[in-house]
Each structure stands twice: as structure tokens, then as C-alpha cells.
Design a protein around this ligand. Structure first.
Ligand SMILES: *Cc1c(COP(=O)(O)O)cnc(C)c1O
Length: 428
């Protein structure tokens, strides 16, 4: 008996494709849109991932290799990994989509059998900005260090948080993570060298979240291999300071990278035709890395000008970040954000007063931001004068006193983690 085949309805050639929701943009419109974006980005101080790929970069990406990098068959990806591993003085490297992925892969690969703990700075990206990844991917608890100087963890502070005995109530420390730069501040290299040798005596490995390691190099003149020397493993962002469209590199010993590649697959992070992205990162290494000193110059210029107006600087500006608090002048970060947008088309992050200078920032935007602060200050000073006249208080004198203080380069306060968290009980 022959079983009749199920009837299949073939799409008739007369069935028209559904109309697009809106007509596609013409090439001319796309070019105009991207040019407008370039201008917008040149006045956007929220972060340094906001930079956009240039036409020249896309032009070069056209000729990238087209192999499958999950099969490890893409020449440009292999070349980028080898190039950075060599620059960093590490055995091997792995190209991934994000810094969150390279950090989490590193942590997952370092840790073998819970229970265990990871020691890190309380402000570290791995601790507060990776969606709880340490607990989720690696089942580890995190012991946070609160550096007394508000700048970096000392060896003693790290060791205080490391658990090295076999008390069954506590989770032994199996990894320490540091971040360089952290909030734009450079971790002193001599302290890192001391830290590595102290941890070696407990066989605790040291990982560096070097998302902005390039900034530390530009600041100190260190080579990548000097900067990476104290660490077993390092992750480096390609989309931050360097301005590549995507990517981060994980560096470490050969066996370690082999195991991390396994986890990358498990995380769903293998990239098939990665060549264009890898080539873009390689080109950015050549063309953007040399531009970082300019971003540091601009950040310093901005910090000085704002301090001279009386804006409080919460942390020292060592690289490309300026941490500002305009409250001594009588207005909040959110008010400054709104005024900067309205008066100068400038984008700022708020309420956290982090101002980040990236390589596509237009110097004029720096000057205009200072001008916006001046205008708001004048407005508030005038309001304060009127109020003083009315109630006879010395608000204006206080503003002048603070202005003098910050103009002298003094800063106070410190970053206390994300503002969105509740105030901690028993805070140290
Ligand atoms: C941006 C950043 C990362 C990684 O972020 P992705 O957006 O996942 O690439 C990691 N660490 C630090 C310190 C960062 O600033």
C-alpha cells in the first residue's frame, strides 16, 4: 500500500513580501545619519565605549579574513590574539565579545571546586557591574576590600580579606582580582608587584581586569608586558580606550586559555566569522592607542577649569576620567546634565558625576561644558546674593571659599559604590 505523501503548499510566486514598516533609508540618508551621530558622540561624556567606527575602519574591515573562529580557522583573529599575547608577554590570548565575558571566563577558569571566595576592591567592575556574575557562573562569594586611601588596595588590605586557613565556616580565597585603571586611577605598579609575590606564597592567583590598562600604559609609559607582568591572567577591552566596535582579549598561560575557550563555548560566546572585528581591533591598536595622551590632556584641562570654578573633584584625574560634584556651587549633577544638553548638546551621565573623555571628543565640547557650569554658577550666585540680601546669610562667601579650595587642586569625598544601592548597615 502506498502511503500518500502529505500535501505541501508551496509559497506561490505571486505572494508579495509584506511591505516594510517604513521605507528603507537611502544611502544618502544613512550617511547623513552617521555624520550626525559622529557629532553627537564628540560631545558625549558618559563613557568611552560610545566611540563609533569610522568609514576608514569599515573600508579596511571589508578585506578581513572570513574563516570560522570557533574552529580557530580565522587568520585575522588568530593574528590579533598572537599579536596581543606577544605584546603582553603572555603565552596565549582569546578574543571575546566583551570585557564582562573575559573577566567571567577568567574567574570561572581559575576556580575549581566550591566553596571559595574571590577578593576584590568594593568598587570593582567584576563585583558590582557584571550582574552578579561571580556568584552566578562560578558559585563564589566575594570578599570586598575598602581601601583606606580611597585610591587602591594595599597588599595588607588584600591579605586581610583573604581566607587561607581551613576553618569550615569560611570560604577559602582562591583568586584575587584587581582593576587597572579603576575609576580612572592608576594602580601603583610597585604595589602590584608586592601583591603578586605576597599571593604567591599562598598560591593564590592574581587576575587583572585591565579594561582600561591602555590608559595606565599611556599615563606611565609602561609597555603592555610590563603592565601585565604581575598577573597570571589579564583581560583587556578593545572597545573602550581603543574604540574598536566590539571586543576584549583574555590573556594567560596556554592551558588556561584552552580551558577558557571551552567555557567561552559553553557561555555561547564563540564568534564565527570574527575576522572583521578582530581586524578592526588590530587597526585601532595602531591608530587609536597613540591618541590616548590627548584624552588625558583634555581630562586634566577640564578638571582644572571646573575646579577653578568651584566644582568639587571627588577623585584625582590621572587618566581620562573626571569625577565631579557641582553641589558646592548650588546645583546638582542632574541639573548640570539638563543644562548641558539644552545649552550645548552635551551628554553627561547623572547622578554619578563621572565625566569620561574618549578619543572622539571635540575639544570645543570641553570648553563649552565649562561655560555651561559658569552660567549655572552665575545664576545660582545671583540667586544666593538676592537671598543673602534678604536673610543676611553668608552663602556667597562659602561658595567663594570652596572655589578657592578646589582651584588649589584639593579634592575630598570618595566614590561609595553605586548610588542605586541602599545604604549599608554597619558600613565600615
Ligand atoms: C567596561 C568594563 C568592563 C567590561 O565591560 P563590557 O561592556 O562587558 O565590555 C570590565 N571592566 C571594567 C573596569 C570596565 O570598565
Amino acid at each position: 500500500m502506498t502511503v500518500p505523501l502529505p500535501s505541501v503548499r508551496l509559497a506561490s510566486s505571486s505572494t508579495a513580501a509584506p511591505p516594510p514598516l517604513r521605507p528603507p533609508l537611502s544611502s544618502k540618508e544613512r550617511i547623513a545619519r552617521n555624520q550626525a551621530k559622529r557629532v553627537q558622540v564628540s560631545r558625549d561624556f558618559r563613557t568611552d565605549t560610545i566611540t563609533i567606527p569610522t568609514d576608514e575602519l569599515y573600508e579596511l574591515m571589508k578585506n578581513a579574513s572570513r574563516g570560522d573562529s570557533v574552529y580557530d580557522e580565522d587568520e585575522d583573529t588568530i593574528e590579533l590574539e598572537q599579536r596581543i599575547a606577544e605584546m603582553a608577554g603572555k603565552e596565549a590570548a582569546l578574543f571575546c565579545v566583551s570585557g564582562t565575558m573575559t573577566n567571567q571566563l577568567a574567574i570561572r577558569t581559575h576556580l575549581h571546586q566550591p566553596p571559595y571566595s574571590v577578593v576584590t576592591d568594593h568598587r570593582a567592575h567584576v563585583h558590582i557591574s557584571e550582574a552578579g556574575g561571580i556568584a552566578f557562573h562560578s558559585l563564589a562569594t566575594t570578599n570586598a576590600v575598602y581601601p583606606r586611601d580611597g585610591h587602591h588596595m594595599t597588599v595588607e588590605e588584600v591579605l586581610d580579606e583573604c581566607v587561607v586557613d581551613d576553618d569550615i565556616h569560611v570560604a577559602p580565597t582562591k583568586l584575587v582580582c584587581v582593576e587597572n585603571t579603576l575609576s580612572g586611577m592608576v594602580f601603583p605598579q610597585s604595589e602590584l608587584v608586592r601583591l603578586r609575590s605576597a599571593l604567591d606564597s599562598f598560591s593564590i592567583p592574581l587576575h587583572c581586569d585591565g579594561a582600561r590598562m591602555w590608559e595606565a600604559m599611556a599615563k606611565t609609559g609602561m609597555s603592555l608586558s610590563e603592565a601585565c607582568a604581575p598577573f597570571h591572567t589579564v583581560s583587556l577591552c578593545l572597545s573602550k580606550g581603543l574604540g574598536a566596535p566590539v571586543g576584549s582579549i583574555l590573556l594567560g598561560p596556554k592551558d588556561f586559555i584552552r580551558r577558557a575557550t571551552w567555557f567561552r563555548k559553553q557561555f555561547g560566546g564563540g564568534i564565527r566569522q570574527a575576522g572583521g572585528l578582530a581586524l578592526a581591533a588590530s587597526v585601532c591598536l595602531d591608530t587609536v592607542l597613540p591618541q590616548l595622551p590627548r584624552t588625558h590632556y583634555l581630562a586634566t584641562k577640564l578638571a582644572r577649569a571646573l575646579a577653578a570654578e568651584g566644582v568639587q573633584l571627588d577623585l584625582p584625574t590621572e587618566t581620562n576620567m573626571v569625577w565631579i560634584n557641582p553641589e558646592p556651587l548650588g546645583f546638582s549633577m542632574t541639573e548640570l546634565q539638563e543644562a548641558a544638553r539644552a545649552k550645548a548638546g552635551i551628554t553627561l551621565g547623572a547622578p554619578r558625576g563621572r565625566v569620561v573623555v574618549h578619543y572622539q571628543i571635540d575639544e570645543r565640547a570641553i570648553d563649552e561644558l565649562v561655560e555651561v557650569v559658569r552660567e549655572l554658577k552665575a545664576q545660582r550666585t545671583e540667586e544666593a546674593r538676592q537671598w543673602e540680601e534678604q536673610v543676611g546669610l553668608e552663602i556667597a562667601e562659602e561658595i567663594r571659599r570652596k572655589s578657592r579650595l578646589y582651584a588649589e587642586g584639593q579634592y575630598d569625598g570618595r566614590i561609595e559604590g553605586p548610588k542605586r544601592s541602599l545604604p549599608a548597615y554597619g558600613k565600615r
